[in-house]
Ligand binder design. Structure first.
Ligand SMILES: [Zn+2]
Length: 252
């Protein structure tokens, strides 16, 4: 199987490569729409998480189809971007965070490939939800691409699509969350279940509810970061064959 690299683009990063070709992939979970391109023919598979028209809300994304399609196309490593709200004081709009932990507050989403019956039951090890090998490469390269990357960050995944209340954000801060978003779960665990190395970079686009300032998304911050983020992600993915991480620890 051809080894390819994958990028899952979040809000603001809907379509990074205008030359990439669209492909519809049939999966047991429905169709996934991906774009295949890159400098070397069909090397990069791109998923636009919310659709290129940005019309798929977080709770309606077909996470299983997206991840299954990446696996079918031979993708063994993925970097994902997330537009988030900053909870920690040092994550203002425009800040970039190399995520290392997750808190999952979602509900009602199809969150596993091991759903009983023929697909069986598996308790996936998820102690470290992001690939440490890809994370190390992100931290190593970010400065060279002009990005001041916060080296760690806990992402709280709210269900959305509404924003959180001020009390919810106060609770999340007490729990140790640095940023809040709506899409990292179940995406991250589904990638783990299909043995895809997966890491995520969060870009703060506003302060979380009740922290300070308005909740309006700061697209200027996102646009500034986008120009640097894509070269960084391609650099990391192309040059890092993940090794020494705990992604494929045997599951129960
Ligand atoms: Zn890994």
């Amino acid at each position: 199987m051809t080894q390819r690299i994958g990028i899952i683009g979040g809000t603001g990063i809907e379509r990074p490569d205008p030359d990439a070709g669209e492909r519809i992939v049939d999966t047991p979970y429905g169709q996934a729409r991906v774009w295949v391109g890159g400098d070397h023919a069909d090397e990069v598979v791109f998923v636009s998480r919310h659709g290129v028209e940005h019309d798929i809300p977080p709770h309606r994304i077909n996470y299983r189809a997206n991840i299954d399609a990446l696996r079918q196309l031979g993708v063994d490593r993925v970097l994902a971007t997330f537009a988030v709200g900053g909870i920690a004081d040092d994550v203002p709009p425009g800040a970039a965070v190399a995520l290392d932990q997750l808190i999952d507050l979602t509900h009602g989403r199809e969150s596993t490939f091991f759903d009983g019956g023929e697909s069986g039951l598996r308790h996936t090890v998820f102690t470290e939800p992001f690939c440490s090998s890809l994370r190390a490469a992100i931290l190593d390269r970010a400065g060279g691409h002009g990005i001041a990357m916060r080296p760690t960050g806990t992402y709280a995944c709210a269900n959305g699509p509404r924003f959180e209340t001020a009390a919810e954000i106060r609770m999340l801060r007490l729990w140790g969350a640095d940023v809040v978003g709506m899409t990292a779960m179940p995406e991250a665990v589904l990638a783990r279940e299909l043995e895809i190395h997966y890491a995520g970079i969060a870009i703060s686009v506003n302060w979380a509810a009740g922290i300070r300032g308005p909740l309006a998304l700061d697209f200027d911050a996102l646009n500034t970061m986008r120009a640097r983020l894509l070269p960084l992600m391609l650099d990391v993915l192309r040059t890092t064959k993940p090794a020494g991480c705990s992604c494929f620890e045997p599951s129960a």
